[in-house]
Design a protein around this ligand. Sequence first.
Ligand code: TPP
Length: 584
Amino acid sequence: MSDQATGAEVLTGAQSLVRSLEHAGADVVFGIPGGAILPAYDPLYDSTKVRHILVRHEQGAGHAAEGYAMVTGKVGVCMATSGPGATNLVTPIADAHMDSVPMVAITGQVPGPSIGTDAFQEADIRGITMPITKHSFLVTKPEDIAGAIASAFHIAGTGRPGPVLVDITKDALQAKGDFEWPQHLDLPGYRPVTKPHSKQVREAAKLIAAASRPVLYVGGGVHKAGAAKELKILAELTGIPVVTTLMALGTFPDSHPQNMGMPGMHGTVAAVGALQRSDLLIALGTRFDDRVTGKLSSFAPLAKVIHADIDPAEISKNRHADVPIVGDAKEVITELISLLKADDRPLDIADWAHYLRDLKKRYPRGYDMPDDGSLSPQHVIQRIGEITGPDAYYASGVGQHQMWSAAFLPWELPGRWLNSGGLGTMGYCVPAAMGAKVGRPDATVWGIDGDGCFQMTNQELVTCALEGIPVKIAVINNQSLGMVRQWQTLFYESRYSNTDLKTNRIPDFPKLAEAMGCVGLRAEDPEDVDSVIDKALSINDVPVVVEFVVHKDAMIWPMVAAGASNDDIQVARNMAPTWDGETL
Ligand SMILES: Cc1ncc(C[n+]2csc(CCOP(=O)(O)OP(=O)(O)O)c2C)c(N)n1
């Protein structure tokens, strides 16, 4: 049917929504229906372009949308009904907000006239998520749906990516109105700056040329800008040492001699030392997070700062930037390369590079094997990476296993690592791995999860089994909330209040996996580690869960205690590194 006056098609709001998703290129939506969103599920049933994946919990839908977005570079989409459906999306929305993941969350809302009456399943999801979304829409008329969806996809995926909420009232989904996919978006005030100011980049190049202890401090924004290649050119052209944050692992290869590793609370001595002793931080797409800086007042005390970020709000937020640059990391790096090439003077940083290489050699990442014959979690994770290779995608939960994954998996390629860096969301792993496998069906996707985290969202393995999403999940079972237990060991005199999960066969993870339609495997003996990983890699038609029963007391080192100065990094309990040669 078409509107005679305007020539526009007349559709129900629900049809407009599905049509809009098709126009926006959303090929997958993760969600669960319910009363308020139900009208939308009817035309969705007929769509040949949009695949809906019925998850088991809305939190799973949100993290799956994140995983999908992370591996495809597209906007991930999740959908839920009003009230509890929508509030179950709050955690993944906050997660996407903290880690700058492009996501559109669509929620049904009670009918317009019922808003504010405490109607059944009413929640002001727009109000609730206002501080954790890049933008949000409440749509009450069918003819506004196309514009809201088009704008939401544009906002989520451009500039600094992030989550956008589109809350649509049930009556808007049911009523009829004109459908017209907008050719132009009217978004006053939304103009992300991608092209950096040339004067600022020239200032940056001058500082780089004059520095004697520069460091490229690389964050997640560099990969998001698709600038890994340019970063390598810049690093190799200048010889400047590189540190890659938790969100940037793989953006610069770990095996590269200039890579000092990950900085921060559980970073390498070389990376932490590089930042602390630097005279110039070239911060690219990174946000001086407290887990990187430690005590801010003593962070990199001698360094000037060049800070390039697409989000002006990040610049000088935590640390004053001497040269602020607002722009897309790829454009900034490309301009820097051409200026430094034109200058053609090699930097005088040989002593500095030598000092850091020596530090890296003296304090390599390492671990002790338990002497009671039990499994070392670090060894298990390292072997998963070595046997599977750097081309796979790896998701993790939050805790020790996450930090061991960051330390011991092979980070050679950009974008292979999915984790909850900013929010630290237990439960992220399984659904994020599911979303990644949907986005990259031909790739191997491992989730490395903790026994605590796994118990938060493992039900999405049912979704994986039924929807043909054969992820591989390693449960690193240390029978405890390991990271919290580590803090109790170090800071609470080993008083283990409520961190013992007693996960010794309750649940029985392989049996639980089998019950969810997956293959369940277990390794308890170090001799079985490789064969069980090989077995998991040989099964590609159904999801696989491998439980690794590991030693309880393994810790993640190095560590900078929360709130302490990075200078007080410990490589093991009560063991500080010696900073020989620091008079540089
Ligand atoms: C949703 C949520 N609740 C609580 C925490 C606090 N927390 C951080 S790590 C951790 C322990 C995680 O345990 P597990 O999954 O077994 O991993 P491990 O540290 O043992 O590797 C907890 C409880 C959190 N990050 N997220």
